[in-house]
Ligand binder design. Structure first.
Ligand SMILES: Cc1cc2nc3c(=O)[nH]c(=O)nc-3n(C[C@H](O)[C@H](O)[C@H](O)COP(=O)(O)OP(=O)(O)OC[C@H]3O[C@@H](n4cnc5c(N)ncnc54)[C@H](O)[C@@H]3O)c2cc1C
Length: 445
């Protein structure tokens, strides 16, 4: 049998359903370079992605195979030449990628080629109907399905039998983002980091996950995004050690399922009553937020970390998203796009779901009156101020107690930006506007 295995975001050898036939059959690994993704994705994600793809291509070559790289409009000619008995690909849940899959399926049907769409970017299969709350999704869908999941990993291929096809290939881009440098890792290195995390920190994940220290969370999200490690492996290794970690993996599935069932949430609020909310479009304030010049130490530290390293701990993602949407009342879509272009783990479903959750307009979202106070969050999760001082060097001599106080820091550090809003007044203003808007929407229903 001859199999074409289309690689998308599963850039690994280990535990990969795409290589399930590599043992005895001819396998042709194929990557289709999608111009839409090239325009859509930010440089940090593209840098890690193409780094990982090239690693995979080398690993395949070292095992006797070859990863073909072609453009979308070359697919028909490629299949005509390769004449596969079967085409394998992993399904995705982003609207553009579902359209791409539908086009591919039409082409394969027209050519009379058998295909199999595999489950790739989620742990549990897509449910038949959507769930409105995470708890229902977790109890009624995720847990029962995972209880029956096959725990055996897919075998790692040691040899590829790939026929040599005379086909003109395209060159892979070479994006170079400084922010992504910290994250470039081979599949082996990712395995080492994960095993170390499991051995040394996973059992205390529930207690530490919100603290702003290096080992507080697993930092696997960039590798999940590019498939350098399988979600199934994370689940298998974590399930006996940390239920809290498994719940977070379930959130990942929950947001993928939301985007699958509600593709319109790419640019509109999941909760209809939030549509038409008078979000502000103040470019000057937005720019201060983007560049970490708000005068609020935790927000500035987080935004500077994002710009420098392309990644943020979950706690500060929530704090800066809440600050932008609630204190500044700026459109969540602006923040979502900024994150998407700057995160090394940028994932449409995860980013949208979390932004809407924080803004209050998403499924199972934080209610409008839940507004994170960035000073209290700093006090709680960065009590010594080490995180703030690391990313905001102007504040390196300021003692921790002072970093979390409402008084502006410009009196002690003149070159630090002044506070851009009065936190109490801004929170109150958001609550009033949200209450009025929601009342009006509910009356109109
Ligand atoms: C505003 C905002 C935007 C976000 N954008 C993205 C994004 O573009 N891509 C992305 O992968 N994550 C996103 N997240 C979710 C979360 O912040 C990251 O997945 C997490 O911080 C990654 O760090 P970690 O691997 O150390 O996570 P850990 O705490 O070690 O968790 C393990 C895994 O569980 C999953 N997980 C953890 N928290 C969440 C969550 N809140 N939602 C969904 N899955 C979760 C991730 O796959 C994560 O890698 C966003 C969160 C917020 C609040």
């Amino acid at each position: 049998m001859r199999v074409v295995a289309i690689v998308r975001r599963e850039l690994r050898l280990h535990d990969n359903p795409l290589w399930q036939h590599a043992g005895g059959h001819e396998v042709i690994p194929l990557f289709v370079l999608d111009p839409f993704n090239q325009e859509e994705h930010g440089e940090p994600l593209r840098t890690l992605f193409f780094f990982a793809l090239k690693q995979l291509s080398q690993q395949i070559s070292q095992r006797g195979g070859h990863l073909y790289v072609i453009a979308p409009d070359q697919q028909e000619a490629f299949f005509a030449l390769a004449k596969p008995d079967l085409v394998l690909f992993c399904e995705d849940h982003e609207p553009h990628l579902r359209q791409r899959d539908a086009t591919l399926v039409r082409l394969l049907q027209r050519l009379g080629i058998r295909y199999q769409a595999l489950q790739g970017s989620t742990l549990s299969p897509m449910p038949k109907e959507p769930f409105k709350t995470f708890t229902q999704f977790y109890k009624r869908h995720f847990m029962p399905n995972m209880a029956n999941a096959d725990p055996t990993p897919y075998p790692t291929p040691h040899h590829f039998r790939t026929p040599r096809l005379p086909f003109p290939e395209v060159t892979l881009p070479q994006p170079q983002s400084n922010a992504a440098k910290l994250w470039l890792a081979t599949e082996e290195e990712v395995q080492r980091r994960w095993q170390k995390y499991v051995r040394e920190h996973l059992s205390t994940y529930e207690q530490t996950r919100n603290f702003l220290t290096e080992e507080a969370s697993s930092r696997m999200s960039p590798y999940i995004r590019c498939g350098l490690i399988s979600l199934q492996q994370l689940w298998r290794d974590a399930k006996e050690i940390s239920e809290a970690y498994v719940r977070e993996l379930a959130w990942h599935d929950f947001y993928a399922h939301l985007l699958h069932f509600f593709p319109e949430t790419v640019n509109t609020e999941w909760r209809p009553e939030w549509r038409g909310f008078p979000w502000r479009h103040d470019e000057q304030k937005f720019e201060k937020w983007c560049s970490g010049q708000t005068g609020i130490p935790l927000v500035d530290a987080a935004m500077r970390q994002l710009n420098e390293e392309g990644w943020l701990p979950n706690r500060v993602r929530m704090v800066v998203a809440s600050f932008l949407t609630k204190h500044l009342q700026i459109d969540w879509r602006w923040g979502e796009r900024y994150f998407y272009r700057h995160l090394v783990d940028a994932d449409l479903a995860q980013n949208l779901g979390n932004w809407q959750w924080t803004a209050g307009c998403g499924a199972d979202a934080a209610p409008y009156f839940r507004i994170f106070n960035p000073l209290l969050q700093g006090q709680k999760f960065d009590p010594n101020g080490d995180y703030i001082r690391r990313y905001v060097p102007e504040l390196r001599h300021v003692p921790a107690e002072r970093l979390h106080q409402p008084e502006p820091l410009t009196t002690v550090v003149p070159d630090y930006p002044p506070l851009m809003v009065d936190l109490t007044a801004a929170a109150q203003s958001f609550q009033e506007i949200a209450q009025t808007h929601l009342k009006r929407s509910n009356r109109e229903d």
